[in-house]
Design a protein around this ligand. Structure first.
Ligand SMILES: Nc1ncnc2c1ncn2[C@@H]1O[C@H](COP(=O)(O)OP(=O)(O)OP(=O)(O)O)[C@@H](O)[C@H]1O
Ligand SMILES: [Mg+2]
Length: 213
């Protein structure tokens, strides 16, 4: 099947927008091989436009809001952003999977997501069984550590202020809770107290690397 067969009259697409980055549109007529423009109806203001490149196709509405981005039929920038926007703005969900990666959006406010009840809920469940969560990632690492007796790493990345330290703290809280015994709170306190020291070491090694290059 040729790609052009998807670009028929009524096909739902994304087009670049200066203000909102991407904007919804649909095709006013079939696109044929050799055409050098597409005719669009832009939903926001019902105008007709011609743009030179084939725009990315929109996913069917039923797929929007998926808790795993890999479930989308079309996995490209506009639908990744839109899916995350729908989950965060309309459903107050800060976590979404992209396969084995957890995408977290910083809510910049307290969420009732990190209590002992939720730690218990995620214990013993594999990723995908419950809503995406940092506890599910921690559970996966902890179970593998137990089962395979092999060191595990969780890589937390993002720009400054994205929520890396907070996410790492909640992962540590999970390990402290599931790994602790009678003196659980004591272990949690010790594990969490070590995180500023870890931060300093990471920061020093990052500076060292920058100076070395
Ligand atoms: N899951 C969350 N729930 C609520 N607030 C959060 C969450 N994650 C981050 N925040 C808020 O965002 C702020 C910045 O997060 P954090 O310090 O983790 O960023 P960072 O990625 O470690 O930044 P830097 O790279 O500068 O160290 C936190 O102080 C907190 O107020
Ligand atoms: Mg930090």
């Amino acid at each position: 099947m040729s790609i052009y067969e998807l670009y028929v009259k009524g096909a739902r697409v994304w087009i670049p927008n200066q203000e909102n980055v991407w904007e919804k549109a649909s095709l006013l007529r079939d696109f044929n091989r050799g055409d050098n423009s597409v005719h669009l109806e832009v939903e926001a203001d019902l105008q007709k436009r011609e743009i030179p490149d084939l725009p990315p196709l929109r996913n069917p509405p039923i797929l929007i809001g998926q808790n795993d981005l890999t479930a989308l039929s079309y996995l490209h920038e506009p639908d990744v952003l839109y899916n995350l926007q729908v989950r965060f703005c309309e459903r107050q969900k800060i976590y979404t999977y992209c396969g084995i990666i957890l995408v977290a959006i910083n809510p910049y406010k307290e969420m009732a997501l990190y209590g002992q009840d939720l730690i218990r809920a995620y214990r013993g469940h594999s990723m995908g069984e419950l809503e995406p969560h940092i506890f599910a990632i921690a559970e996966e690492a902890y179970t593998k550590l137990e089962r395979e007796n092999c060191n595990q790493s969780i890589i937390v990345s993002g720009e400054s202020g994205a929520g890396k330290t907070v996410s790492a703290k909640y992962a540590m809280r999970y390990f402290a809770a599931v790994g602790g015994s009678e003196s659980e709170t004591q272990i949690e306190r010790k594990v969490l107290a070590s995180s500023p020291i870890m931060e300093v070491m990471i920061s020093l090694s990052a500076n060292y690397c920058m100076e070395a290059h």
